[in-house]
Write a protein that binds this ligand. Sequence first.
Ligand code: SAM
Ligand code: MD0
Ligand code: SF4
Length: 368
Amino acid sequence: MIDLNLTKILNRLQDGNTTEKNEIKYLLGLSDPYDINLLFEAAQNVRDRYFGNKIFLYGFLYFSTHCRNNCNFCQYRRSNKMLARYRKTQTQILTTAREMADAGVHLIDLTMGEDPELYSSGESGFNRFVGMIKAVQKETKLPVMISPGILPDRVLVELADAGIIWYACYQETHNKILYKTLRHGQKFEERLAKKKRAKRLGMLIEEGILTGVRETLDDLTDSIIWMRDFGVDQARIMTFVPQTGTPMARIMPQDNLTEQKIIAVMRLILPDRLIPASLDVDGLDGLKARLDAGANVVTSIVPPQKGLAGVANHSLDIEDSRRTPDYILPILKTCGLAPAMPEEYQAWIENRQNALSSSFAKKDKIVC
Ligand code: SAM
Ligand code: MD0
Ligand code: SF4
């Protein structure tokens, strides 16, 4: 039976109206398959309105898996001695980035653990790091995202000055108590401040949260509201994948329906933003469901034979080439979707940056 409340809320959101916290929570808590289907249909309608049938593709390059931190959910945490780690050279990074660009990705995501070698080598280490990122941008002529964790402010300034478009830095949750159990030993406020700093420097910001980490519906709702109020440019949800040898290894794995519902609700609350369907959680088999829920970016595209790792899943689907455009494009087609042209991605970025800089200018005027 159709729930009148549900149809009303979905219609209001599809018409571009804002909504209350209790309605977001209600949508996230839907359990009847019929209702959930209505939610997904509404999310697809909204995606179609803002993006047509076009999907963006992100190449993922995890260039150093060394990390000084000890996140309880992550296999790359410092205390995990079971893991073989790597640090790619600039030449290896450039070759791989070039190949991904040739394969048709729209962006290169340069990700690292907070590599202790970088943090202990002072100025010269960060200079090489900035040089490498600029070289990737120059070599591929593609927009670049950096996902490096916390960086000194002066490095963020240099990267923003060099035209690096995106800073990804995930809070995982906006509940400070839950945060402590996840990003153990890292300051909640510091991570927030880096995002604010990067935004102020004109970079686009990706925020990310986890589900399946003992969060409540209120926590998820608060995170979505936080993302809306902060004005994130890309909003990510990933289901936690338990990792052996880590403190959260025994948490019961969660199915993917919650992640799909969160994608759909994010699409309704942040209609014109980018929302990833990550290949990192369930690989290629999980792609269609995430697109059907309203995602519009395929992330974690990783080429084989380069010795590269994923994050939530170390090797899933990588060496058998299933994280490549060749395998992804047929799935887009079955969803009635198609990859965007590179110019369409560039245009989205430019529009977003222009909208943000005029809203900053307005705010500055008000302050004056
Ligand atoms: N080291 C940097 C940092 O932590 O900001 C960059 C890596 S960051 C892009 C890795 C992200 O992957 C985490 O923020 C988390 O959202 C996600 N992740 C890590 N381990 C995961 C797991 N076991 N299951 C699901 N997602 C995970
Ligand atoms: C992904 N494994 O896209 C990557 C990662 C980092 N910016 C993104 C979590 O799923
Ligand atoms: Fe390090 Fe990032 Fe993993 Fe945390 S999530 S342990 S900071 S790589």
